[in-house]
Every structure is written in C-alpha cells, then in structure tokens.
Design a protein around this ligand. Structure first.
Ligand code: A2P
Length: 280
C-alpha cells in the first residue's frame, strides 16, 4: 500500500476555470454512510486525492471524517459534492451548500447540479444560484451532472459561467461519445460516473480477453480506457483490494487497436445502467 504521503502518479485535468482536478477520483455512490469513513480513508491512503460524493448519497459526513483523519492537507485533496435532487430556488441552493459544508467540515472544491430534471425546467435558475455561490466564494468550481446537449445549450444561452464539468454515465456499454464530444468542444470536462457500468462490463468476454492480453484486471483495463479518452473517472469499490487495484492504472497503456475494441462494445441506450436524464 502506498503511504498517505504519496499520491498515485495520476494526471490532472485542467478545467475551464483554470483549476486542476485529479483525473482519477473515488466514487462513493452506494457506499453506506456507516462504511464511508473507512472506505474513503483507505482510498486516500492508497493515493486517491479526489473524492466524489453528493447530498443524495447521505455519506458526506463520512467523507469529511475520513479527510480529517487522513493526515493529508486539505488543499492537497479535491472534494466534489452535488445539490440535493430537486433543489429549485436560490434559497434552497444556499441552504444546501451550508449543509454540505457542515457535513464535510470543510469547503467544497466542485459543486454540481445533480440532475437537470428537465420536466421541471428550472435548472437555469439553479445554475444562476450556483454562479452566485461561486462568485461569493462559497464553492470552488461549479458544474452539472446528467445534462444532455439540450440542457447544456439552455444554460449556455444564459451567457453566464460555463459549467466546468458535466458528470455523466460513461462506460464501454454506454460510451456516450456524442455527448462527451459536445462537452469537450465546449471546453467542459467530462466526468464518467459508473465507469465500470455499475459492474455490468466486468464479465464481458471481449474485455476479459483484452485484460488477459494486457496482464491486467478487467476493471483496470476499462479504467485505463476512460483515462486515455481524457475523461475524469470515478470508480466506486468497497474492498481494500479493489480500491487499490483501481488506482493502479497509470503504469500501462492500451494500444489504439485495444482502445477501438473497447469502443466497439457500445450498446447504445440498452447499455444504460442508470436513469435516462431526459425522463428522470
Ligand atoms: P464493490 O463495491 O462490491 O467493491 P461503478 O463504479 O461503475 O459504479 O462500478 C461499481 C461496481 O463495480 C461495484 O459493484 C463494485 O463492487 C464493482 N467493482 C469496483 N471495482 C472493482 C474491481 N476492481 N473488481 C471487481 N469489481 C469491482
């Protein structure tokens, strides 16, 4: 195990607001609140310097506790959290930030609108409230999650601050290439949630063969595919072995041919493991 003083030799991604985010983050969705501190402490000790949480996950306090226990200076870590789903007024945004800061016991590096909820249609107002929170110094970077082109377009039309990131479902069964390229063209960094397809890609025979060829595990090969696509990647794992394994993805490279084989696993809409943001 890497000592807490040594971050994994990972790269960072430059955001459109000039800040740098570690490309590999530890995802905490579905880690139960009472297991979060231990898992995040282990992840930080294994070298992760970026943790992704959300109000919806109910584990922000556990993340905060792990950060304090880690012995790592807070400014060497990056913590992302997300607005409660359905928050729709400036006042709700204000109170949600207060709550997350209290739970984490420290500031928020990146704060996201969790889901656009397009049927409600009030995400532009929420986005304006986030811009205000940022200009008041209450959060660092701001971004969105689960936004499709139509919703991104709508907030960009408001001529405000451009989201620093769009966190979307991306994995070999749902590469989301068109949306991801749309974001890249707008200088909005792509963050991949469920990068292992919530586990769905781990038994793919094609990836198993590729993993054998590369002398790596399936999870490592898939995470490496994300990294070479230039995305920020947020794998979730529970056991120390898996947390450690998922961090060891910067010491090998997939060939162009191997990348193409992974690209060809696209199953379109049927590859999706989470809700479709258009109908959520
Ligand atoms: P667990 O949490 O029990 O360790 P995603 O990040 O795409 O949502 O995928 C998370 C799923 O993948 C979880 O079920 C997690 O299991 C599993 N997982 C994460 N890392 C590994 C790994 N290295 N090997 C096998 N399964 C993994």
């Amino acid at each position: 195990m890497t000592s807490p003083a040594e971050p994994i030799d990972s790269s960072t991604v430059l955001l459109n607001d000039g800040r740098r985010i570690p490309q590999l983050g530890f995802g905490t969705y579905l880690i139960p609140p009472n297991e979060t501190t231990e898992a995040v402490e282990f992840a930080i000790a294994a070298g992760y310097r970026h943790v992704d949480t959300a109000s919806y996950y109910r584990n922000e306090a556990g993340v905060g506790q792990a950060v304090r226990a880690s012995g790592i200076d807070r400014d060497k870590l990056w913590i992302t959290s997300k607005l409660p789903i359905g928050a729709s007024t400036a006042d709700e945004v204000h109170r949600a930030i207060d709550k997350t800061v209290a739970e984490l016991g420290s500031y928020i590096d990146l704060y996201l609108i969790h889901w656009p909820m397009p049927s409600r249609g009030n995400y532009p107002a929420v986005w304006r409230a986030l811009q205000k929170a940022q200009s008041d110094g209450r959060v660092g970077s701001i971004g969105v999650s689960n936004f499709h082109q139509r919703q991104l377009h709508r907030i960009l039309d408001n001529e405000g601050v451009r989201p620093a990131v769009n966190q979307i479902e991306v994995h070999p069964y749902l590469p989301n290439t068109t949306l991801a390229q749309y974001c890249v063209d707008l200088n909005i960094a792509v963050e991949a949630w469920s990068p292992l397809g919530a586990g769905s890609v781990l038994h793919d025979v094609g990836i198993l063969a590729l993993a054998e060829e590369a002398g790596r595990t399936v999870a490592q090969v898939v995470l490496r595919w994300h990294i070479q696509r230039g995305h920020i990647v947020l794998p979730k794992a529970s056991s120390p072995e898996r947390i450690q394994q998922n961090a060891s993805v910067y010491d090998f490279t997939l060939t162009t041919e191997q990348m193409s084989r992974l690209d060809r696993l696209d199953r379109g809409e049927s590859g999706r493991t989470g809700p479709n943001p258009e109908s959520m």
